[in-house]
Write a protein that binds this ligand. Structure first.
Ligand code: C2O
Ligand code: CU
Length: 461
């Protein structure tokens, strides 16, 4: 029996890190986080918004910091009445720590704790979100940033994390339904309140002339962000977690960075030299561009310069051998509206609109569903992504990192990634080495698309 069938069949919390109760001793010198999924109230706009979900009492999900190459333990306790499972987006860790219900673990029930324990091989900007009840729990706020610090200090004075995400609120600042079926069958449902770190236009002070590492993360369920900066000096240094292989200009008003849900960018910035000046992070919109966050200089001038920074050390990702790579093609498109995916305890939108290779995902808890592709451990592959729909899809692969090779529509930069934003009618080739064993979820990161068929998995054997 394959593992996901075993997990689906047993129907109980066996092994795979599930433990009861709480209070854990640190394993060796592992860094340990005790995290509790809980309801929370927070002032996102004017009034209190009740019924949000976080890992902290009445505060946004915390920025978690761990170290490259060092053991980290995350005890995720579920204090909600519904099931959950936590996924660490972008981390190349063992499959059984990947947090995908029925594929890599059984969903975590109310009162249970799942112990996630792994050694992050790569430094950079990653994030976490539930992979069970994904639509509702993410829409209620549960998306947080996971920073993996480099072995060698890259020499910044401070860091600033900007977690971009929308909420859907009514006039009383209560949550609206997170999606509509009509929109799920199209581009997805946008929020109506855009936030950074759960705040509207937050202002952060950093010392004048200091070097700041800005980590911008798009954790939205739907919105494709077009981000740019104004003021100060800046430089892009990492994309989707990994240090750049190919230089990317710092984003400006005319050439914003296009970031699909799930994507990250790291920027090195120098704060303006005199007090009270600012650097503004904008989101480009069809109408008026929106201020997402502002960094304001304070105190005496540290007078640092971008030239003082050495390039970040590359992560230990193996570059694929394209000459020997076998090609696997994946077609992303519509499907006839069909039966609801069988999602077990993990929530369904009740409909199917999307498919990969013309087959809609039968649901997280469906049994007997094979992988979309089977890859041999250690071999190089080209994955060909073919978008047969007029909508944009951020296609995400768990557990592996790939390099974009080419597109029929534009020039791509060959920087490591785990999420490829596919444009309307676009065909993109990406290359990877299948160097991580297991069943790796593969889906659109517009959650409405994921939950209505645009999902599957790739197996590395
Ligand atoms: Cu960020 Cu399968 O997800
Ligand atoms: Cu999609």
């Amino acid at each position: 029996m394959k593992r996901r069938e075993f997990l689906a069949a047993t129907g109980s919390a066996v092994g795979f890190g599930l433990v009861g109760g709480m209070g854990f001793a640190a394993v060796g010198k592992a860094q340990t986080f005790d995290l509790k999924l809980q309801r929370c109230d927070f002032r996102l706009r004017k009034e209190m918004t009740p019924d949000l979900v976080s890992l902290a009492p009445n505060a946004p999900p915390p920025v978690l910091k761990a170290r490259q190459g060092e053991q980290v333990v995350l005890n995720v306790k579920n204090a909600l009445e519904e099931y959950t499972a936590m996924h660490w987006h972008g981390l190349r860790i063992p499959n059984d720590m990947d947090g995908v219900p029925y594929l890599t673990q059984y969903p975590i029930a109310q009162g249970e704790t799942f112990r996630y324990s792994f050694i992050p091989p790569d430094a950079g900007t990653y994030w976490y979100h539930p992979h069970c009840m994904t639509m509702t729990q993410m829409a209620r706020g549960l998306t947080g940033v996971l920073v993996i610090q480099e072995i060698e200090d890259p020499g910044f004075d401070t860091e600033q994390v900007i977690n971009l995400r929308d909420f859907r609120l009514d006039d009383e600042d209560h949550l609206l339904p997170p999606y509509s079926l009509r929109r799920a069958a199209r581009a997805g449902t946008l929020g109506n309140v855009m936030t950074a770190n759960w705040l509207i236009e937050p202002v952060y002070n950093h010392q004048s002339g200091s070097l700041v590492r800005l980590r911008i993360v798009n954790t939205d369920t739907t919105r494709i962000q077009r981000v740019y900066l104004e003021g100060g000096m800046s430089k892009s240094i990492a994309w989707d977690g990994h240090p750049l292989r190919i230089p990317m200009p710092a984003p400006n008003k005319n050439t914003p960075l296009v970031m699909g849900p799930g994507q990250r960018v790291d920027l090195a910035i120098v704060m303006p030299k005199s007090e009270g000046q600012s650097i503004t992070v904008f989101s480009r919109l069809a109408s008026n561009d929106r201020v997402m966050a502002t960094l304001v200089s304070e105190g005496t001038n540290l007078n640092r310069s971008l030239d003082e920074l050495k390039p970040l050390a590359p992560n230990p990702v193996v570059v694929p051998d394209i000459s020997s790579a076998e090609i696997h093609e994946f077609v992303f498109g519509w499907s006839p509206a069909g039966v609801a995916p069988k999602d077990g305890f993990c929530g369904s939108l009740g409909k199917t609109f999307w498919s990969i290779n013309r087959v809609p995902w039968a649901g997280d808890a469906a049994s007997g569903i094979g992988p979309l592709a089977r890859l041999d451990l250690g071999k190089s592959y080209i994955l060909r992504f073919r978008n047969e729909s007029p909508n944009t899809h951020p296609i995400h692969l768990h557990g592996l990192a790939f390099i974009p090779l080419r597109s029929n529509k534009r020039k791509l930069l060959a920087n490591w990634s785990d999420t490829m934003l596919l444009l309307k009618d676009e065909i993109v080739d990406v290359a990877l080495v299948a160097d991580n064993l297991g069943d790796w979820a593969f889906h659109c990161h517009i959650i409405e698309h994921q939950k209505t068929g645009l999902a599957g998995y790739i197996q590395v054997v």
